[in-house]
Design a protein around this ligand. Structure first.
Ligand code: PMP
Length: 361
């Protein structure tokens, strides 16, 4: 059977060891003779599992004690709504840094609330989002916070350092596609959120990391959207996504065994470098993204010819290199190389691309 490599942007590849552990424990969680899917979220079996997952995430990201960790539902998309409702409570004005599709979606959802002033304070639209903006001017307006997307999953750009011009501002980050794959200082952010289905685990869970003194300032929010109520109830205000939390816990344990985020980042550098180096030397394929802004986790590339792109995707799929089709908004190809994606898969892709290049020059 052909060995398969899954380049999907999310839901995405999980560590093999994690899938194996879940399989081993599936029918009897911790010797209980019940599956983790069957246990009550009020049981000690659940509470211990939840607390360990939270503790491990705090350790992995070095999350300070004055931050709450929330395990929510509704995906990163619901956070586009929940963050403004909780945090835009003083000036009712939010600044958005527009670096692509997902940052646009974030401010569009905030606009729908008709409660806040939503300003795009900087944008890289003019470059068709092939680069980032590194300087922001806030023009003496007061913002409750400024929102940015640390990694643009579709366009393939990533902030290594935060843009300048944000001193003294509360920064909110959508880290959905590079949380735990790139080291950031949690202290630099008021709030971080991420859907789980890329570097954390499976869909159904969204992690929110929030500085405690920012929450509990708005009354009359729907309970499920109220961070303070969620924090007070350890994210179990209603039935939490037990299996998704369990899977995240297994991924956190695996990450600790791999020596944590710094080791992952080094591996992600190595994997992405291999592909970028080939792309920059190829006469057929190229990366549309500015070098300094290139993502470690999502790498779009093109041949410049739509038919040839399609041919490449079809042949790659037959060779076991799966889910390389670029996002429908940008076309071409995209290789997503999250933490669990193995180096040998990138080597297999580059070898295949070299062969394809020779045959299609
Ligand atoms: N933000 C980013 C950066 C993403 O990549 C995605 C999903 N691909 C989302 C938000 C939306 O996430 P969800 O599907 O969990 O709502």
């Amino acid at each position: 059977m052909t060995k398969v490599y899954n380049f999907s942007a999310g839901p995405a590849v999980l560590p093999k060891e994690v899938i194996k552990k879940a399989q081993d424990e599936l029918t009897s969680f911790k010797g209980s003779q019940m599956s983790v899917m069957e246990i009550s979220h009020r049981s000690s079996l659940y509470t211990e599992m939840f607390q360990k997952a939270e503790e491990d995430l705090r350790y992995l990201m070095e999350i300070p004690d004055d931050y709450d960790i929330l395990f929510q539902q509704g995906g990163a998309t619901l956070q586009f709504t929940t963050v403004p409702l909780n945090l835009a409570n003083n000036y009712r004005r939010i600044g958005y840094i527009d670096t692509g599709h997902w940052s646009q979606r974030a401010y569009q959802e905030a606009e729908l609330l008709h409660k806040f002033d939503v300003d795009v304070v900087a944008s890289s639209k003019d470059s068709n989002y092939t680069e980032l903006v590194h300087q922001v001017e806030l023009e003496n307006k007061n913002y409750d916070y400024v929102h940015l997307t640390t990694n643009n999953t579709i366009e393939g750009t990533m902030y290594r350092d935060l843009p300048s011009g944000l001193a003294g501002q509360t920064i909110v980050a959508d880290m959905s596609s590079n949380i735990l794959g790139q080291k950031y200082n949690v202290d630099d952010f008021g709030l971080i959120y991420a859907g789980a289905q890329k570097n954390i685990g499976i869909a159904g869970l969204t992690v929110v990391i929030v500085k405690r003194d920012l929450i509990g300032k708005v009354s009359n929010l729907p309970s499920m959207l109220d961070y303070k109520k969620q924090a007070d109830k350890q994210s179990a205000l209603n039935t939490p996504p037990v299996f998704a939390i369990y899977m995240a816990g297994l991924v956190f344990e695996w990450l600790k065994e791999q020596d944590g985020v710094a080791a992952m980042q080094a591996l992600n550098e190595e994997k992405s470098q291999l592909l970028y180096e080939y792309l920059d030397n190829s006469t057929l394929f190229s990366s549309p993204v500015k070098r300094e802004d290139r993502s470690l986790t999502n790498i779009p590339f093109v041949t410049g010819n739509k038919q040839l792109d399609e041919k490449f995707i079809a042949e790659a799929t037959s060779a076991g290199l799966l889910n390389l089709k670029g996002h429908r908004l940008v076309g071409g190809m995209r290789a997503s190389l999250y933490n669990a994606f193995e180096l040998e898969g990138v080597k297999a892709l580059v070898d295949f691309m070299k062969e394809f290049e020779l045959k299609n020059k």
